[in-house]
Design a protein around this ligand. Sequence first.
Ligand code: UDP
Length: 318
Amino acid sequence: MKILVVGGAGYIGSHVVKALMLKGHDVTVYDNLSTGQEINLFKQNCFVNGDILDYPALLSAMRGQDAVVHLAAKKAVGESMENPMLYSVNNISGSLNILNAMVECGTKYIVFSSSAAVYGMPDKSVIDENVPLNPINYYGFTKLEIEKFMGWYDRLKGIKFVALRYFNAVGYDADGDIRGKELNSQNLLPIIMEVVSGKRDKLKIFGNDYSTPDGTCIRDYIHVSDLASAHVLALEKLAQGMESQSLNLGTEKGTSVLEMVAACSSVVGHEIPVEFAPRRAGDPAVLVASANKARKLLGWSPKYSDIKDIVRTVYAIN
Ligand code: UDP
């Protein structure tokens, strides 16, 4: 298939591009390099330096494409609460430009990077796709709105979509083909790696009084190469006639912050200094995916998401 990967120079996008190219798809990356990096472009793929807010440029890149993978978005939760306008424009208007360009060019399929943030603070700890959609931050709201827009574009214009709701994306390409380290990440593993490299003194653990076995929050960490393979399968299933879907992507296993610290200590071979800090606003105690729907509909299963394996791939790039 001819596939336009919007945001293909970014952290997750670059892994998706690699997975698509290894399956023989004809990939064009469309990215404004605001957070994406040229070093991430996998091998000889065709690259357009463009913005999703530049409709004429987007339209010209869209012509002749069979499908789109859309990963271009602002994704900092805190920033989305302080500057919702940025998220309205980039995430919502930008995505509408993509859908409109698809209609204009007759492009039929889209795989969209959504997020577990669409669920908000669910009262269940194992999340399937039937859990009420109740985002508690503006970032999650934008992801949910785009899923709804895609639903309408399916009904009205026959565009078929898969929205992939990522749980905690972590890790790097195990073969070392993708070399761009994600910049300025505020997520747990990148921060632990900053402690390992001496850039920070210690890890602040946000809360040790949660109702979990060790008191720290539990999350479902999924390797980015496992996310990538789901995008390939989703596109292939859409092309074979699968109906539009929203699917969780996670390992269905929870890891606490302290367990992650222990895995990192064991991989790097020394203790990692930590201190307990107050809870971070908006953090649910436990968020673990049920990925049964993705397993069934896509025939997908994670292969790289053992926690120590994940940590090894992150340590290797640091
Ligand atoms: N966390 C932490 N210290 C940090 C960063 C994160 O204790 O410096 C915790 C955070 O409270 C959450 C988990 O690590 O329980 C994963 O956080 P992250 O920001 O990576 O992802 P989120 O689950 O918020 O999307």
